[in-house]
Design a binder for this molecule. Structure first.
Ligand SMILES: Nc1ccnc(=O)[nH]1
Length: 156
């Protein structure tokens, strides 16, 4: 039976919670092919001391390295929150087929008191390749995890 976007997003959100438990920021990502999970990753910026180790870019880097696959046209990436410019760039370079995210960058920045942007649209609309995008899956659950972390962990 085909699993739903909500099914995979729930796992991305659980990875976001796990990231916080491991001392990192609340973001998780899941890579799916033919309705099966092929890779997962959580944000690791603090434990790896690598500010580029976002859930999504880290997933793409590790999956491609381990499998020797660099073309993700047949893959769907689920992200608990809208990917940043850097991670959208990694999706362009791997020709990701489909991106599904929960909360938007504007949702996140509303919590942080910053100005968010439609980073996915900005990057993809100015790139030679764009994944199909589905936004807002389990948005409220995703926002809850972001809000509970960032309301008492503003690290500046
Ligand atoms: N969407 C994201 C924003 C920030 N960090 C992440 O790991 N993911």
């Amino acid at each position: 039976m085909a699993k739903t976007d909500e099914f995979f997003m729930k796992i991305a959100i659980e990875l976001a919670i796990s990231a916080v438990e491991h001392g990192n920021e609340p973001f998780g990502a899941v890579l799916v092919k033919d309705n099966e999970i092929v890779y997962t990753n959580e944000n690791q910026i603090y434990t790896a001391t690598d500010p580029t180790f976002h859930a999504e870019a880290g997933l793409i880097r590790k999956f491609c390295y381990e499998t020797h696959i660099v073309d993700l046209r047949e893959y769907t990436l689920y992200s608990s929150c809208e990917p940043c410019f850097m991670c959208c760039g990694a999706m362009v370079w791997t020709k990701l087929g489909r991106l599904v995210y929960g909360a938007s960058d504007i949702d996140l920045c509303n919590i942080l008191g910053e100005n968010g942007s439609q980073c996915c649209q900005i990057v993809f609309n100015n790139s030679p390749f764009k994944p199909e995008v589905t936004a807002g899956i389990l948005r409220d659950e995703s926002l809850q995890v972001l809000a509970s972390y960032f309301s008492h962990n503003i690290k500046g």
